[in-house]
Design a binder for this molecule. Structure first.
Ligand code: GLN
Length: 484
């Protein structure tokens, strides 16, 4: 069962080939058997899962099912889940059992999906390798000496190893696309405002966006259809109808204009990855697409601007974790100041502290104009680059990440090099655009991702473009050795 896509599993459930309880148990067994070597889950919610599976079986019998009824899904541990531990990868929330569910979780529940558990992630979603998690690093199932990417590394590793048919992630600067790329699966970061952020623990509020990770674009379309939608509880949620993302998957892409930004094929790109991406573009030409050379001239400013904006917003969002109102509390504080200092000192890991310090500095009086305001202006320039590009092309393509998965520990002590892992993904968040990563080959036996960037609210087109490629290639069907 575990080799099947959501679309196939849903058909199996409806035909009565197996029950949701059997399916759920099969995945729980795989998690018990394999996850020691990957560490992709922080919490396995077996009891909840079996209850939900039971309820789903009733719904299936009653003929009251959706495309996700009875389907097991792993949730990134950044989404608050009522009654289930929600840690955000941090010691700060080690004992936090959420008293309510995020809108995304509620939507999965309403659809009748089954929550297998909460996946490991970089602490507060800050990282590109899953090594900043308080719960230990996640390993990439394609080679357990390498990282799965981050921050949704647990979700990506779990789906790649077939420990879950699908998972959720969040993407602030690349955290859905980069781990999807490094683990050889399909990931979609929607337009900012498409998926509610209510109950999704905030890192950088103007950039954070939830989205699906799955084996195929078809599955991602099913998942996004459930996750997306206006939510009055999120003030940046956009009131725009949710289309049936599966309806246009097969649309012809003859004449599709694909923009290739020269800046995405520069000297920082691994030669093997570049070749694999070019081969994928060749496939698109065969499908009738037209290639247009474009330029996104401010691309080189994306990482520096992001590392002002994201830390600034995180320093403000994370101020609530003070040991008094929220989060870890130190033992026997001497006074209020000692309580703040020690609770935050003990609760946060080094990368989170680094970001809080950078952000607090950038926002402080006297530096605000020089850093934060400047970064916001650069952000506008980056958005304008994309705006101009989308006057000429329908989608933009390039690599998801500059290299294949790197070794655990290789970049851990070198934050700048680590930050460059997201060089091709970050600009998309600054502009608020949707982006996808789909498996597009292997370099030295490690998977690589093709990134597809779309215009605002053009998720249906991205999924269509990805699906057509997956019909003529089989990269998305490969499973890592030992996890088949
Ligand atoms: N790697 C980037 C960072 O560390 C992006 C993380 C994310 O998208 N959550 O901030």
């Amino acid at each position: 069962m575990h080799t099947k896509t959501i679309a196939q599993l849903a058909a199996g459930l409806r035909n009565g080939d197996f029950s949701s309880e059997e399916l759920t148990r099969a995945y729980l067994d795989r998690i018990a058997r394999y996850d020691d070597s990957l560490n992709s889950f922080i919490t396995v919610s077996e009891e909840v899962a079996l209850q939900q599976a039971h309820a789903a079986d009733q719904r299936l019998k009653a003929g009251d099912s959706t495309a996700l009824t009875g389907i097991p899904v792993a949730q990134k541990d950044i989404f608050c889940s009522d009654g289930v531990l929600t840690t955000c990868g941090s010691r700060m929330l080690e004992n936090f059992v959420a008293p309510y569910s995020a809108t995304v979780i509620e939507k999965f529940n309403a659809a009748g999906a089954v929550m297998l558990g909460k996946t490991n992630m970089d602490e507060f979603a800050m990282g590109s390798s899953n090594e900043t998690s308080y719960y230990g690093p996640v390993r990439n199932p394609w080679n357990t000496d390498t990282v799965p990417g981050g921050s949704s590394g647990g979700s990506a590793a779990a789906v790649a190893a077939r420990l879950a048919p699908a998972a959720t992630g969040t993407d602030t600067g690349g955290s859905i696309r980069q781990p999807a790329g490094l683990c050889g699966i399909t990931g979609l970061k929607p337009t900012y405002g498409r998926v509610s952020r209510y109950g999704m623990i905030a890192f950088a509020s103007s950039l954070d966006q939830g989205g699906p990770l799955a084996q195929t674009a078809e599955d991602a379309a099913i998942l996004l259809g459930t996750m997306a939608g206006f939510d009055t509880r999120d003030s940046t949620s956009i009131d725009e109808a949710v289309p049936d993302y599966t309806a246009s998957l097969n649309a012809d892409i003859k004449g599709l204009k694909i923009g290739l930004p020269q800046e995405y094929f520069n000297e920082g790109l691994d030669a093997g990855v570049g070749k694999a991406v070019e081969a994928a573009i060749e496939e698109y030409k065969k499908l009738g697409a037209k290639i247009v050379d474009i330029s996104l001239p401010n691309s080189h400013l994306a990482v520096p601007a992001y590392y002002v904006v994201a830390p600034a917003e995180c320093s403000s969002n994370l101020s609530r974790f003070d040991g008094a109102r929220f989060g870890h509390r130190c033992e026997t504080p001497r006074d209020l100041e000692d309580l703040y200092k020690r609770s935050r000192g003990e609760g946060f890991g080094p990368e989170v502290k680094r970001r809080i310090m950078i952000g607090t500095y950038a926002l402080s009086a006297g530096y605000y104009d020089a850093y934060y305001l400047k970064a916001q202006k650069v952000r506008r320039l980056i958005s304008d680059d994309f705006k101009q590009a989308f006057e000429k092309v329908d989608v933009i393509m390039g690599p998801t990440a500059p290299t294949v998965a790197f070794k655990l520990g290789e970049k851990k002590d070198d934050p700048i090099t680590m930050y460059l892992s997201d060089i091709y993904t970050i600009a998309v968040n600054l502009a608020g655009l949707p982006g996808m990563s789909i498996p597009a080959g292997f370099v030295k036996q490690m998977p690589i991702g093709l990134q597809i960037i779309g215009n605002y609210f053009d998720e249906a087109r991205l999924l269509n473009v990805a699906h057509r490629y997956q019909q003529v290639t089989d990269w998305h069907t490969h499973a890592p050795a030992g996890f088949e």
